[in-house]
Design a protein. Sequence first.
Length: 130
Amino acid sequence: MKTRNIYKIRSNRTYSTKDLASLLDVHVRTVQTWIPKGLKVLNTGSSPLYLKGEDVKEFLYKRNQNKKCKLKKSEMYCVSCKAPRVPDTNLRVEPNPTGITYADGNKLIILKGVCPICGSTMNKFKKEKV
């Protein structure tokens, strides 16, 4: 699920699991698996289950924050390994292919490296003062 889908949810609205699934473009079973993981359900005592939009937004925001990974200066994130890695010593620096210089005077630089574990290409984007 994409992070931007969270903004489709209205805080003051109540959703059934089916409505929420169609709004977020996920399967109904996905929404149902979030309930044991901490998503709050309104106690209606009947089916279908209803969820407050405010609770859903809070749950998804916390879930997305837990996935973030803080990198050290020497590390890059390997998408294949799903872990931060220090790349092999043959690091390449490439200028921004679009040539964009930002309003604050910074220029985008792309660092490329190779994962020492799986051998896949890793990228890191950095702003540099011009």
